[in-house]
Design a protein around this ligand. Structure first.
Ligand code: SF4
Length: 226
């Protein structure tokens, strides 16, 4: 059923533009893997517009790749100021500094570590959760995992494919069983696009939804949503 939904969304929304997603954009622009990871950190708990602004501030100051070396010439205070548009700047600076430490101790950690090991290592960094680790593994390493963000969680719940309080790992594993690995990246991006444009948090546009015939509309009454 989810495979069918993704197929319909693919036709409806057409091609995915990298400019809509900071992390995807960072991969396409061939940023340093640390830069890709930082772009994911900047996307946490904010809009992509704010994350892009913070990222642009950083790349203007440190160069477009955001290599580990470039961070040696910037203080935490300045770093905080540059990434302020993305919010939670103190916590994010702390996470960025910890990631830098990891990379300085082992320059190949992001590119060569066994993916499941890397997932654990990244999640041991304060401020890095499973979603951030999974976005990096899927987008940069091409590792078959499925990051679940708030849009995806909401859309899957309304479709009747995830429980209201279902845990991250349970949803991730369920989705991975429902889709072929080759579809993980496009399905992840398409479900986010669908959540942003049609199955919005407030007042989902069920009347114009391309998958309305496949949707159970859990907790959606009169198009008002939950
Ligand atoms: S029919 Fe409504 S609730 Fe279901 S996926 Fe579409 S917009 Fe969301």
């Amino acid at each position: 059923m989810l495979a069918k939904i993704v197929e319909v969304l693919e036709k409806y929304y057409g091609g995915i533009k990298s400019g809509e997603f900071p992390a995807y954009d960072a991969v396409v622009r061939k940023m340093h893997p640390l830069g890709v990871l930082i772009s994911i950190v900047l996307s946490q708990n904010t809009s992509d517009k704010n994350a892009f602004t913070a990222l642009m501030n950083l790349t203007r100051r440190l160069g477009y790749r955001l290599s580990p070396e470039s961070f040696s010439r910037i203080s935490d205070k300045e770093l905080e100021e540059l990434i302020k548009p993305s919010g939670m700047q103190r916590l994010k600076v702390r996470a960025i500094r910890e990631l830098l430490k990891l990379v300085n101790e082992n320059p190949d950690v992001l590119t060569e570590s066994e993916p499941e090991e890397l997932r654990k290592t990244l999640m041991s960094v304060k401020g890095i959760g499973p979603k951030t680790a999974d976005v990096f593994l899927l987008m940069y390493r091409g590792y078959p995992t499925f990051p679940i963000d708030t849009h995806i969680r909401r859309v899957l719940y309304r479709l009747g494919l995830a429980g209201k309080n279902e845990g991250y790992e349970s949803i991730r594993e369920k989705v991975m069983r429902m889709l072929p690995e080759s579809k993980y990246l496009s399905a992840h991006l398409l479900l986010i696009i669908h959540g942003r444009r049609t199955c919005t948090a407030k007042k989902p546009k069920c009347d114009e939804c391309p998958v309305r015939n496949l949707c159970r509309r859990v907790s959606v009454a009169d198009g008002s949503g939950t």
